[in-house]
Design a binder for this molecule. Structure first.
Ligand code: FAD
Length: 496
């Protein structure tokens, strides 16, 4: 595939569209966008950064780039995990959508908010606290407050209600997209002029999903419609400890299957293992063996349930049901280590800190060895323990700490399993180690039928699509329908 580098004429044209101050080919500015890509190992520097404000500006930029075959990669917050936001050669235009940060409409009865792509989790949360305090917007649970809700949905991320309501893409009701052909497409019931975005499935076959998981390779979202949820009056966190991931998986499933009255109230169900604690500090400042953490009362594995309820009685009922299930599970033949199953009584400060949103829980992993990478996978919930065991073996083989985080999606229908790969980003040889580990684990995970959350272009996508040729064939046709010259985020999803 041949692409053109933006010339001085192109840059002048971009300036005429968005204003001179919002186009930059300054090397320092361009490089500063690379620095944000903490998790993109092969990230490239863009040739030019453009910061549009209006949909029409984006349309004009895309039409121009389509004609001139200049690559365009959109970013909303530019913080996506894995390899998603970094550019691939050729860099081309980086469309920074952070100026498109308007909150357009809040409908409390139909329970949605219309946002532009640059609205960050922190901004949306603060806006709701001030103007619609009874409502909760579904921001990502662990992403930094500067990540965006739109970027999270495009990446099919997980929000603070995902364990109950499903992945972020499912919590969206529609949106507006500009494609390189020059069309502005409204999705969901919005496609019918003037209709409220009340129904995602819209006008027959639903196009919205073609853009979810697209990593910016289909078009540019200029608006998104996302459900909002009334805050219930009662919230708490319940935690149980165990010695192994199988007991974590199987006990959690017992609660997950009580869908109505229990599992719907557990909005975020997430667990992990003790290295999650250790790897949140610089490696040389904390002990690196479990005995230290054991003395502090940290379990080898645990599960947290964040419970939302309308009344104290309802909350109490959910808490007591989880306790009952845990105690019964100790006698279940599936239970591997009944003695280790104990309630982990959290200090009120721990509960308060977990309930505070947006939380900054995931940021400190970068302290451990300066580099970190989330390589996230979807598995059936009932495979999540196998995932933890097998992935940890591979992490250990490559001398990475065995850091594992797992959350339930849609009441234990699926699991989102996230090994956090901590490495020393100042050592070139560590990058090779990450890639070797990633390749081996990818081959293993795909052989088990597990699906990568945000396939990277070098290992995940080629490995995945080599096993799904017919799917890739039609994905290319969809891509060509919206983006015939393949200018959008080249290389993502192996397109081209
Ligand atoms: C410390 C840390 C913790 C994290 N924790 C979580 C978490 O708890 N839950 C979670 O789900 N994720 C998490 N992530 C991953 C990521 O930050 C989130 O998914 C985030 O919300 C992505 O939003 P963003 O605005 O940064 O996306 P971006 O990086 O801007 O974009 C994501 C992808 O979508 C494309 N894109 C962006 N905007 C547009 C647009 N308007 N139109 C078309 N394509 C577009 C981009 O090209 C990119 O491929 C975490 C990341 C970090 C660094």
């Amino acid at each position: 595939m041949h692409y053109n580098k933006p010339t001085a004429d192109d840059i002048e044209h971009f300036q005429s569209i968005v204003g001179k101050q919002y186009v930059s080919d300054n090397p320092a500015i361009r490089a500063s966008y690379l620095a944000k890509s903490v998790m993109g190992l092969e990230s490239q520097i863009a040739d030019v950064i453009i910061r549009p404000r209006y949909t029409e500006e984006i349309r004009k930029i895309l039409v121009w780039c389509n004609t001139r075959k200049i690559p365009v990669s959109p970013i909303s917050g530019g913080l996506s995990g894995g390899f998603a936001c970094p550019l691939i050669k050729p860099g081309g235009v980086q469309l920074d959508l952070s100026r498109m940060n308007r909150i357009i409409e809040v409908d409390e009865d139909n329970r949605y908010v219309v946002i532009e792509p640059g609205v960050t989790a922190g901004e949306l949360w603060a806006y709701f606290e001030k103007y619609h305090p009874a409502f909760c917007p579904p921001i990502a649970d662990g992403a930094p407050p500067t990540a965006t809700v739109m970027g999270d949905a495009i990446d099919r991320g997980f929000s603070l209600v995902t364990s109950s309501m499903g992945p972020q893409g499912q919590i969206f009701m529609g949106g507006e997209v500009v494609v390189p052909q020059g069309d502005i497409i409204r999705l969901g019931s919005w496609a019918l002029n003037g209709v409220k975005p009340f129904y995602k499935w819209g006008l027959g076959p639903e196009l919205f999903s073609l853009f979810m998981g697209s990593q910016g390779a289909m078009g540019v979202f200029t608006k998104g419609v996302v459900k909002i949820f009334p805050h219930p009056a009662h919230k708490t966190i319940k935690a149980w400890a165990m010695s192994n991931p199988y007991d974590m998986q199987n006990l959690t499933l017992e609660a997950g299957k009580l869908e109505f009255g229990i599992a719907h109230n557990t909005v975020m169900v997430q667990g992990g293992n003790w290295p999650l604690i250790m790897t949140r500090w610089p490696k040389d400042k904390v002990p690196n063996d479990y005995s230290f953490y054991e003395k502090m009362g940290i379990a080898p594995w645990w599960m947290n349930w964040e419970i939302w309820a309308q009344s104290a009685e309802e909350q109490d009922f959910v808490e007591k049901t989880i306790d009952r299930l845990a105690n019964e599970f100790k006698k279940n033949p599936k239970c591997k280590d009944p003695d280790a199953i104990k309630e982990w009584k959290l200090h009120p400060k721990q509960v308060a800190s977990r309930l505070r949103k947006p939380n900054k829980i995931a940021i400190p992993y970068s302290y451990y060895e300066a580099g970190f990478l989330f390589i996230t996978w979807y598995t059936p919930w009932t495979d999540s323990a196998d995932f933890c065991v097998e992935y940890n073996k591979i992490l250990k083989k490559y001398d990475f700490p065995e850091v594992m985080w797992v959350a339930s999606i849609e009441r234990c229908r699926q699991a989102i399993c996230m090994p956090i790969v901590c490495f020393d980003s100042s050592k070139p040889e560590d990058f090779q180690r990450v890639q070797d580990m990633n390749r081996e684990s990818t081959e293993y995970c795909l052989s088990r039928g597990w699906i990568n959350y945000r396939p990277d272009p070098y290992i995940h996508a080629p490995e995945m699509y080599s096993r799904a040729g017919t799917y890739l064939k039609y994905l290319r046709k969809v891509k060509e329908m919206f983006d015939p010259n393949y200018i959008m985020h080249p290389g993502r999803l192996m397109l081209p």
